[in-house]
Design a protein around this ligand. Sequence first.
Ligand code: ATP
Ligand code: MG
Ligand code: MG
Ligand code: MG
Length: 575
Amino acid sequence: MRATQFLIATEKETPADAVVISHKLMLRSGMIRKLAAGLYTWMPLGLRTLRKIENIVREEMDRAGAQEILMPTVQPAELWEESGRWYQYGGELMRLKDRHNREFCYGPTAEEVVTDIARNNLSSYKQLPMNLYQVQTKFRDETRPRFGVMRAREFTMKDGYSFHANEESLQETYERMHEAYSRIFNRLGLDFRPVLADTGSIGGASSHEFHVLAESGEDDIAFSDSSDYAANVELAEALAPAGERPAASKELEKVSTPDVTSIEDVAALLNVATSDVLKAIVVRGTSEAEDAEEGEAGEPVVLFLRGDHQLNEIKAEKLPGVLSPLQFASADEVQKIGGVAGFTGPRGLSARVYVDRSAAHMADFVCGANETDAHFTGANWGRDVEEGTIADLRNVVAGDPSPCGKGTLDIKRGIEVGHIFQLGTKYSEALKATVLDENGKDRVMMMGCYGIGVSRVVAAAIEQNNDDNGIIWPDAIAPFHVGIVPMNMHKSEAVKEAAEKLYNELTEAGFEVYMDDRDKKTSPGVKFADMELMGIPHRVVISDRGLEAGALEYKHRSAEEKEEIAADNVLNVLK
Ligand code: ATP
Ligand code: MG
Ligand code: MG
Ligand code: MG
């Protein structure tokens, strides 16, 4: 590529609304342009990197036995009604109507569509397992789109879905996907960690997130310093904006579970004085139909309000396993955080529980890395989207003992770039996706799902690879491998000739080359600055003086010093 033919969109000034470094550098280097909130155009430079990431993802998915498909971005409401998510998904789901007044949404994810494909195209257990994926645009009407493509509204996701005859098969594919994800993020040259994760609105039993470690990350990750244990300290990220928050206290009235039916029961259970317990309610599903206000039966989630307004005073060991997620917060505190509260599970797991009963948040009631023996001790609230309001409610701190029993916790910021779930039968049951088993009987398929935020990865990679002068691309995802700067090309035939020759040689050898052939109006200083900003890993400068000595100047983007190399040795240096 020649600069004179390329849509160069570099900018000197840092755009005012960019906060994180990747957003700043993506705008300044001309990778993206903003169209509207959370909507970005990928300019030629940015698209090159995006495509490289997509292709690495494709290669590893294919290698792991998945098959690529491409589903529509617009999805019919009927499928979402079948799964129940039409009413649960809330404001992030962009709903549309066609000219016949039929309802659709712009897909934020594709469990419903892919389950529909599976039920129509798979009939026998012999066809399983089946693993399908796509790389497709998604739309989520995020409350606060920010950080450029990191939290956009329209973005590129690789979403994969697997179908199984039994749990062992699901487990096997889940592990294979886990490995494939590690291969992908290694190939992308990222410093990442798989961590135990909450299953959020997608639901299901087991889940891991892949996080790129970076200060600008929106999640807190707790690591043991003496084992592989790592888990997401969930954030109250999906909080409704202040204006839309329900009056949480109205909901905080009832006590009802099969095991706990009174304040006294709660007090006895927790081994605290009755006066210490203000109120307790079931916030989702109970065994008694009239208490399951949303008509959802399910695991009881009990919210306890304690009189002393202390959180997490009660140690996990005191809680019997029957009451899985328990929550401790005062009415004031719940109000303060707008109806979202952390909970403490039987062994002290923290996560978020929504007290908000509006449809918008139904699906998010229960969250957390709720695995036996994999809980945080004393972990609690995440960081609020409005900094500071609930900061004082967090109580996992670096140095706490690790829940895995080994070592102490270290807390770092992470960017969620991938997320894998064992969905079980949540969607296949709702959509009646069955196959015939060995005995000729209908059997609901088990499912897994596997997402990678392909466009977010671009930003995450920049967060980890930059300096004062710009981006420093890892070779695998650099938009160009080599930049050539011919000095005084307009004056020197020798330089021009050598530059053209090198350009052709390198291109033929398979390198993607960017030659800055702009005329004398663009100074060498500007050319160097642009190349550094764009993050091109290798730079070769051709000058008359060098040519006379048979030498070129070479500099790796991350090296401090430039070096002289023999003009006929460039290929070896680059390899
Ligand atoms: P987050 O917690 O950041 O909102 P999520 O948990 O809602 O993400 P998933 O449903 O797990 O996202 O989707 C799979 C992947 O898609 C995520 O791991 C993330 O990398 C990416 N992703 C999700 N939302 C966005 C977004 N608004 N912009 C860019 N990428 C996103
Ligand atoms: Mg989200
Ligand atoms: Mg998440
Ligand atoms: Mg996720």
